[in-house]
Design a binder for this molecule. Structure first.
Ligand SMILES: [Zn+2]
Length: 76
């Protein structure tokens, strides 16, 4: 299901899946819900990614926090 939402299925798998959705209301509803959730998450990621300087700061923090203490001196 999540692979289908992410668009990671092969063409054959996607066809089978979509055919199944036509027959199976339960899966169709689940798929629609999952797609909605996915879109909300995507929108949030896009908004979050907007300021590049913020990403840079976070990256910097991540790098520093995963380094050994002596290496963090290089970033000061
Ligand atoms: Zn089903």
């Amino acid at each position: 299901m999540s692979a289908a939402v992410d668009g990671e299925l092969t063409l054959k798998e996607e066809q089978d899946f979509l055919l199944h959705l036509v027959e199976c209301r339960e899966c169709k509803e689940e798929f629609e819900d999952a797609k909605k959730t996915k879109m909300i998450i995507k929108e949030r990621i896009v908004q979050f990614k907007a300021p590049q300087t913020l990403i840079n700061s976070i990256m910097q923090l991540t790098i520093v926090s995963t380094r050994e203490p002596e290496d963090t001196l290089l970033y000061e």
